[in-house]
Design a protein around this ligand. Structure first.
Ligand SMILES: C[S@@+](CC[C@H](N)C(=O)[O-])C[C@H]1O[C@@H](n2cnc3c(N)ncnc32)[C@H](O)[C@@H]1O
Length: 390
């Protein structure tokens, strides 16, 4: 029996004996493909066991469910045609299949996992009753509150965002005590999160709030303003504006979710200028630092690989953002907003006004050291804050 068949039998056996944890396929023969890895789990969908297959591309994950029979054929084809390594994790052993031309090997190793994962799909949270109306208008739910086809990820993102807001506000005395909050969403797009924020603050937290979405696209502003009127969100409005020159006099909360590249920095800067109590952003693409990075050994070994350079640039860009926020008097946290299974853009930076005196020099020194390490001349936010002079 050849090793591939033997490996597929081990996969069958682990499913039959209920020892299967997960299977991963890696090392694609086609180096130019976007598809870097495949992660296969078991999920129970409509009371049937299925393979839940996550296709991991450079910047996003695509998840598809397959019946076991069809899924096995797909796995076999991917091993024959694309991937050279397969790791089968079971609670008895880990099995590693290495495909090297005609010479295939199976290595047996100690199990990484000693217990089985939960098989069921993440349950989608029930929508709040106030959410059904506007989420139906925005095409996320139907009229009775069921999530529309292909809108599950967006729905999860909205619910997660509200969970984060809820916990931030619960702990923030200044926000809870402000009568008449002024909130801006920079680069509000189709307004999913802007509507969710307004609804949560007004209808659930009972905080009187005026929320403004700022957006460059006129069609989106028109659509969002019409929808806000339709669902009776009186103090929610959308305005045409370019983040960098939008006039912001007072802001209690500023959010910028998935604003492209340096638009995130423009938004952070606006928040700092307006002395917003809370600045929340989820950065999108990170081009500015990537273009400048000029590393020397040993870091050049990392940045010589395109994808690793990109990831490194993301990390450095967001680290410097967090340090500059700290230097500007904000307690800052960086965390995963939502699992990478649902979106590639999943880092969130939350900055809360710090009443203690900021230790600017300490943070600016850290920024300097990082820039030196990566051969970076300046971070765009540094320029905006007037902290960089060439
Ligand atoms: C990726 S979408 C994100 C939308 C929304 N914040 C969300 O997370 O669902 C980014 C939006 O920001 C807008 N945008 C990008 N740069 C902008 C700028 N400089 N000023 C205002 N809007 C901007 C785009 O038109 C787009 O609608």
């Amino acid at each position: 029996m050849n090793k591939l068949t033997e490996f597929l039998n081990l996969l069958d056996k682990s499913i039959d004996e209920n020892t299967f944890v997960r299977l991963t396929l890696s090392k694609n023969r086609d180096r130019n493909t976007l598809l870097k890895k495949v992660i296969i789990k078991l999920a129970i969908v409509k009371k049937k066991v299925k393979f839940s297959v996550i296709y991991r591309e450079d910047r996003k994950d695509i998840t598809k469910n397959f019946d076991l029979k069809e899924g096995k054929m797909i796995i076999e084809n991917m091993l024959r045609q694309s991937f050279q390594i397969a790791n089968l994790f079971t609670i008895q052993n880990d099995y590693v299949l290495e495909i090297k031309g005609l010479k295939n090997h199976i290595k047996i190793q100690k199990p990484t996992f000693t217990s089985l994962p939960k098989r069921s799909h993440d349950k989608l949270k029930e929508p709040l009753t106030t959410q059904i109306n506007y989420l139906a208008e925005l095409g996320i739910l139907d009229r009775v509150g069921r999530v529309q086809k292909d809108k599950g990820d967006k729905y999860k993102q909205i619910q997660k965002f509200i969970e984060i807001i809820e916990s931030l506000i619960r702990k923030n005395k200044a926000i809870k005590e402000t009568n008449g909050l002024k909130i801006f969403d920079m680069g509000s797009g189709k307004g999913y999160l802007t509507f969710a924020l307004y609804d949560y603050l007004t209808n659930n937290a009972n905080l009187k709030s005026e929320v403004v979405g700022v957006e460059i696209r006129e069609d989106l502003i028109h659509f969002c303003n019409e929808t806000a009127q339709k669902v009776g969100f009186e103090n929610l409005s959308f305005e045409k504006g370019f983040i960098s020159n939008y006039e912001l006099s007072k802001a209690d909360i500023l959010i910028a979710l998935h604003a492209c590249d340096t638009a995130t920095d423009d938004a952070i800067f606006k928040g700092i200028q307006a002395e917003a109590n809370l600045i929340i952003c989820a950065p999108c693409c990170h081009k500015q630092i990537r273009k400048q990075m000029n590393t020397v050994p040993p870091l050049d070994s990392v940045t010589n690989f395109g994808i690793l350079k990109e990831r490194q640039a993301e990390i450095v860009t967001d680290t410097i953002r967090a340090l500059l926020l700290e230097a500007s008097g904000y307690k800052t946290k960086v965390f995963e907003f939502i699992s990478t299974e649902h979106t590639g853009k999943n880092v969130m930076i939350v900055a809360e006004k710090n009443t203690d005196a900021p230790k600017n020099d300490l943070y600016l020194e850290k920024v300097k050291k990082l820039k030196d390490q990566f051969g970076i001349e300046f971070h765009y936010l540094e320029k905006l804050l007037g902290l960089y002079t060439s």
